[in-house]
Design a protein around this ligand. Structure first.
Ligand code: AMP
Ligand code: ZN
Length: 107
């Protein structure tokens, strides 16, 4: 989607360093970290939220991306969060999974 910040990041438009990149997803540091480690796992394809995701296989790949990121960083204890909808605190309307570890302040 043209005006979507996470689409632009996933397309490499800001040269954001990726913790992980696969065919389907990227993972990068949250700009406003709410824990010692705060990483976002983001599908390359635009879905506004979990409500719009119509692809079970991609859902599995995203969770597997979480595992790959945590394994890569040697993190064994972490929290995953998906905010869906404005009332639940979603601010960026491109589906993403938060990974939080260490001194978690909450998202
Ligand atoms: P949510 O409230 O679940 O939509 O989370 C959006 C998250 O994206 C917040 O934790 C923001 O700090 C983060 N964020 C917003 N813009 C950027 C950006 N340009 N790069 C990295 N993280 C971002
Ligand atoms: Zn997008």
């Amino acid at each position: 989607m043209t005006d979507c910040i996470f689409c632009k990041i996933a397309n490499g438009e800001f040269n954001t360093p990726f913790v992980l990149e696969t065919e389907d997803l990227v993972a990068f540091n949250d700009i406003n970290p709410k824990a010692d480690t705060h990483i976002l796992v983001v599908p390359k394809k635009h879905y506004a939220s979990l409500n719009e995701l119509d692809n079970e296989e991609l859902l599995g790949k995203l969770l597997n991306g979480v595992r790959q990121v945590t394994q890569k960083l040697g993190i064994k204890s972490y929290k995953t969060v998906i905010n869906t909808g404005k009332d639940a605190g979603q601010e960026v309307f491109h589906l993403h999974i938060h990974i939080l570890s260490g001194n978690i302040k909450g998202v």
